[in-house]
Each structure stands twice: as structure tokens, then as C-alpha cells.
Design a protein around this ligand. Structure first.
Ligand code: EPZ
Length: 417
């Protein structure tokens, strides 16, 4: 298994190009199941492991996927299957998003129930309640959920929590359901807006995607479309935090500052200088960060996906910083690894209190999920000496050519195969 070896403690200086958003590309590619016509999706971070899993999912369901760099064509090869294979769902929970389009189009779908993962239990009850509200019946069979409905009905659904996946699943189902579906308390992440734009270009009428109330007037027959995926705000945020922790000046090209308001505001409070333009963000940092307390929340709050790398930054703060995780119940696994580098973190339930230290020291450490991996990367770049990160495959799920991108900004890191 690959390892990343970092010679840390060197400031970052240079430019980094941000890739297309993994978490926007995944649902958009899965939404191509809504049509038999060709779709062309641009700015896809196609080398990421989760994207490769998505291509395999689409192919297992009967699509043909042609990847040319960051442009992905999804073509029809005949009729689609309505059963998602367990070996794909267990590798990538987002596979459950195939349920919405397949159920709406074919009145039947069978998907394995994704289990929990390192960051929490991650049930899918909100997805299922939404489908039931639209008229689907469900039975559980050998670890799978089978959902059926002669046809889904357009309804008004209020989600008990603004789940990202449930909002996407229901938006896709609604796009292929004749009539007006209203989703209330919907997730407001920029990825919802991007999916909404794609569904609109397939021929559905979508209003309010990216706000708490989404109204979708669907059609049983949707057509093909071309779409460009938004930039990855979490990748961009991770690089900003890496620069804030290691110090220096980095310009992110292709980043959208409007997707990162809460993070940029916290970074400014910590003492970073931030400049933004139409599709770039520049950060410079020349001192230890001030302590800034953050609480993760659904968008537009501080994103849970940047909580772990934020904690790495705060390990170096001048004072005490609190980090509270409200979205997932078990997303502090990075704290113990950071402790191996000299960080002082006390975790109690969903809150961690970080007592800032002058510097971290390099150590052999291990990633436990994508963003915990990102946290270790940030810490390793800031720490004095050599850090070796094991289980890099977690980082590879969410960050394209990470060592190349960071080396371009002066970081010293290499991959050991
Ligand atoms: C998406 O996961 C992202 N994944 C996650 O990114 C991200 O952390 C998360 O949204 C929150 O922003 C993708 O977009 C592929 P949720 P998702 O449904 O859809 C509970 C990363 O690092 N919940 O909003 O699974 C759930 O257990 C990944 O790139 C229910 O209780 O997130 C969790 O505590 C990790 N019942 C909370 O809601 C449900 O039916 C948020 O989950 C659904 C969710």
C-alpha cells in the first residue's frame, strides 16, 4: 500500500489548480441514469478512486462510460438494470444515489443497504421515507432494500434533517416524476445547485436548488445534456488550510470563494490574509494562527468535511480552540494521530478542545478516512521533520494527484509505492 512521505516545516509558495468537485460529479454522473441519450460531463476529477467506482457502478447498471481526461461521456448500451451490486456499494456509499433515478424510471430498484463507516452510522432513512412519501413500497431482503411503485407521485416532502444524499436522491427521483415535487428543509450545499442545473439541462424544471425549498416539475422522458462540474470547495479549503498551517502564500486557481464563506471567515479570524477574485482565492499567512472556535453545520455553516484539516491548523494556535462536530457522530479519529505529532487535543463527545503548541513534529501516522487523511497532510506539511502517512488510499478518494499539486507550491513530499 502506498505511503506519503513529507519533509515538513517548509512554507508553501505558488499556485495550485483546483479540480472539479468530487461530491458534485458523483450525483451528476449517477443522474445520467435518468436518460437514454448521451451526456457529456466536463471538469470531472476522473482519476479519483470514488469516480472510478462511479464509472463501474454506471457500467454495471448498463451504461457505457468513456473517459477523456476530465471529460466523461455516458452513453446508453440498451436497457438498464435496476439492481446495484453490493461489491460497488460497499466501496462507495454514494452508490445508493442510483435508487432515485432507477425507481422513478422503472418503478423498481434493489440496492444493498450501505453499512456505517469510520465517521458514523450513516443511515439512509431520510432517503427511504422520501421515496415512501412519493408512493414507493419497500421490503428488506438479505441486506438489500427493494423499492417498488407502479409510478411515483409528485408530493411535498419535509426532510427531518437537510441530508445531502437524501436531497440529491429525491431531486433525481422528482426529475423523472410527472408533476410538481417540493422538497422542504433540503440540503443547501453548492453541490445541490450544480445537480439542479444538470437536471434542468436534462429537461426537468428545477427551482430553488441550493436553498431550503426545492421545487421540481419532472417529466417521464428526459434528454441528454452537456454539463460542467463546479470546482471542489473541499479540496480548495484543504489547500488553504495547508498554507495557513505551513505558512507562505498560495493562489488557488479555479476556486469559488462564494462556496467557502464560513471557512474564509474563520481563516481571516485566525490571522490569514485572503484575497479573492472571480475564480481564484489567494491566502497568505506569516504567523501562528489565533485560536478560533468552529462548529460544523450543514451549508452555509462550517463544513464537516473541513473539520479535520481545520483541527490540524488549530493544533498550532496561540491559545485554546474548540471544535464541535454536529453532522457526524464519530468524526474525530484524526485527533489521536495528531497527538502522535505533539498536538494537544482533548475530545469529549462531539467537542474537541485544542491547546495550541508552538510546533508539531513529524511522525509515522495513519489516515482513517478521506478528510482525516487531509488533516494529516496539513499537519505533516506544517510539522518539523519527516511525516509518513499510511493508508493513503483514503486521501486518493478525494484528492487528485495531491503530491504533484502540493509539490508545485513548494511542498516536499513523495509517494512510496
Ligand atoms: C455527503 O454525504 C458527502 N458525500 C459527505 O462527504 C459529507 O460529509 C456530507 O454530505 C455532509 O456534508 C457525498 O457528497 C458523496 P448526509 P451524505 O446525508 O450524503 C445523517 C467526504 O468527505 N443521515 O448529509 O452521506 C448522517 O448519518 C464525504 O467527501 C441520517 O440520519 O451526508 C449524518 O450524520 C464524507 N439519515 C448526517 O445525516 C439519512 O437518511 C449528514 O449526512 C441520511 C443522513
Amino acid at each position: 500500500m502506498d505511503k506519503l512521505v513529507i519533509e515538513g516545516g517548509k512554507p508553501l509558495n505558488g499556485t495550485i489548480k483546483v479540480s472539479g468537485a468530487k461530491n458534485a460529479a458523483l450525483p451528476i454522473l449517477i443522474a445520467t441514469l435518468l436518460t437514454d441519450e448521451p451526456c457529456v460531463i466536463e471538469n470531472v476529477p476522473s482519476t479519483l478512486r470514488d469516480l472510478r467506482t462511479t464509472f463501474r457502478l454506471l457500467e454495471s447498471l448498463g451504461k457505457k462510460v468513456v473517459v477523456e481526461g476530465s471529460t466523461v461521456k455516458v452513453l446508453s448500451t440498451g436497457s438498464l438494470k435496476t439492481q446495484a451490486p453490493y461489491d460497488i456499494v460497499k466501496q462507495m456509499r454514494a452508490s445508493v444515489l442510483a435508487a432515485g433515478p432507477l425507481l422513478a424510471r422503472f418503478g423498481l430498484v434493489r440496492v444493498p443497504i450501505p453499512g456505517g463507516c469510520a465517521i458514523g452510522l450513516r443511515p439512509i432513512d431520510i432517503h427511504l421515507k422520501g421515496f415512501e412519501a412519493m408512493g414507493a413500497r419497500r421490503i428488506a431482503d438479505q441486506g438489500d432494500i427493494i423499492m417498488s411503485a407502479p409510478k411515483l407521485n409528485p408530493v411535498t416532502i419535509k426532510l427531518r434533517f437537510p441530508s445531502v444524499g437524501a436531497t440529491q436522491n429525491l431531486m433525481m427521483a422528482a426529475a423523472a416524476t410527472e408533476g410538481k415535487t417540493i422538497i422542504k428543509n433540503a440540503a443547501r450545499e453548492p453541490e445541490m445547485e450544480d445537480l439542479g442545473r444538470f437536471l434542468q439541462s436534462l429537461g426537468a424544471d428545477v427551482r430553488g436548488a441550493g436553498t431550503a425549498v426545492v421545487t421540481i416539475t419532472g417529466k417521464t422522458k428526459l434528454h441528454g445534456a452537456r454539463h460542467r462540474v463546479i470546482p471542489d470547495r473541499i479540496e480548495a479549503g484543504t489547500f488553504l488550510l495547508a498554507c495557513a498551517a505551513a505558512r507562505g502564500r498560495v493562489k488557488l486557481l479555479g476556486a469559488d470563494a462564494s462556496h467557502l464563506t464560513a471557512v474564509l471567515s474563520a481563516l481571516k479570524k485566525a490571522g490569514a490574509k485572503i484575497k479573492t477574485g472571480k475564480s481564484w482565492i489567494e491566502i497568505s499567512m506569516d504567523r501562528r494562527p489565533k485560536a478560533v472556535t468552529v462548529v460544523t453545520k450543514p451549508h452555509p455553516g462550517f463544513p464537516t468535511d473541513l473539520q479535520a484539516p481545520w483541527m490540524s491548523l488549530m493544533t498550532l494556535c496561540t491559545g485554546f480552540a474548540k471544535v464541535t462536530e454536529t453532522v457526524f457522530e464519530n468524526r474525530f479519529l484524526h485527533a489521536a494521530e495528531l497527538g502522535r505529532m505533539g498536538a494537544q487535543i482533548a475530545v469529549s463527545g462531539r467537542t474537541a478542545v485544542v491547546a495550541g503548541v508552538e510546533s508539531l513534529s513529524g511522525a509515522p501516522i495513519m489516515a482513517s478516512d478521506i478528510r482525516a487523511g487531509a488533516a494529516l497532510l496539513v499537519a505533516g506539511l506544517a510539522a518539523k521533520g519527516k511525516t509518513t502517512i499510511a493508508r493513503v488510499y483514503h486521501i486518493d478518494r478525494g484528492y487528485e494527484t495531491v503530491e504533484r499539486k502540493l509539490s508545485g507550491a513548494g511542498a516536499r513530499l513523495e509517494r512510496l509505492k
